[in-house]
Design a binder for this molecule. Structure first.
Ligand SMILES: [Zn+2]
Length: 254
């Protein structure tokens, strides 16, 4: 499932369409607002940015919301050719959006989504999102999650609290900061909030450089096999927290 890290990879790839003008568009009307094509054709693409897991093409003001299996193909090239737990096939019948620019024959942007749980929007309201994962500090994290009684794992997944973390990155930063994912977010003290903020700020860029949210210590292979913890050899455990699978170490995560 795409997380903020995958959205960042796509944002970076979409830099290459900045400066072009949308000359034609096709959209799957089941996942787009009415009037979408009329709103975007003719608009120059003046920038691209990412907020949480959402990528925005400024100018036509298109929001790309990736859902469970959405991905982007730019000028015929997929920046991420295969998502974990998703098909590696590129079937054009799964396209939800095709943007053509400057009268080129190949779509400049294809939004391809086999399960169709993602969507495209116009001028999305991103003010409802919490602090972006790249901007987390101990103070901002405490302000965002400190009053919440829900398990810290669930609160980290709430995009209104912290924007951009998905299931694998949330487990990863809790593992690095030694915090039990079941604990109420409000129970974290100042040093624990600091450790968690540090893990978010330091570990996620490492995973980004390695290729995305599946490149952490708790990789998909580790999540499936649950071998002894790489830090202390304790058994890794797999629980369901807030309806999502949490993988964590019963030894050093307290
Ligand atoms: Zn451990």
């Amino acid at each position: 499932m795409p997380e903020g890290l995958e959205a960042e990879i796509w944002r970076s790839a979409l830099e290459s369409v900045v400066g072009r003008t949308v000359t034609a568009a096709w959209v799957d009307e089941r996942v787009s607002p009415s009037g979408f094509v009329d709103a975007v054709v003719g608009a120059p693409i003046v920038g691209v940015r990412r907020v949480g897991k959402v990528v925005v093409l400024d100018g036509p003001d298109i929001g790309l919301h990736f859902g469970m299996t959405g991905r982007i193909v730019v000028d015929g090239v997929a920046p991420i050719d295969r998502l974990q737990y998703s098909s590696g096939r590129d079937d054009p019948s799964w396209d939800r959006l095709r943007l053509y620019t400057d009268d080129r024959n190949v779509p400049a942007v294809r939004f391809n989504d086999p399960r169709r749980l993602g969507r495209v929007s116009i001028d999305p309201d991103l003010s409802v999102l919490g602090v972006d994962f790249t901007a987390v500090t101990a103070k901002r994290l405490a302000a965002a999650i400190g009053a919440r009684e829900a398990p810290v794992k669930s609160v980290l997944l709430d995009q209104h609290a912290v924007a951009g973390l998905g299931n694998m990155c949330a487990d990863e930063v809790l593992w690095w900061s030694g915090i039990d994912p079941h604990r109420p977010a409000s129970s974290l003290d100042g040093s624990e909030n600091g450790a968690l903020a540090r893990a978010i700020r330091q570990r996620l860029p490492v995973m980004l450089r390695r290729g995305g949210s599946h490149r952490g210590t708790l990789s998909p292979e580790v999540r499936t096999a649950c071998p002894p913890c790489a830090r202390d050899g304790s058994p890794l455990r797999r629980d369901t927290i807030g309806g999502r699978t949490a993988v964590w170490c019963s030894g050093h995560q307290r």
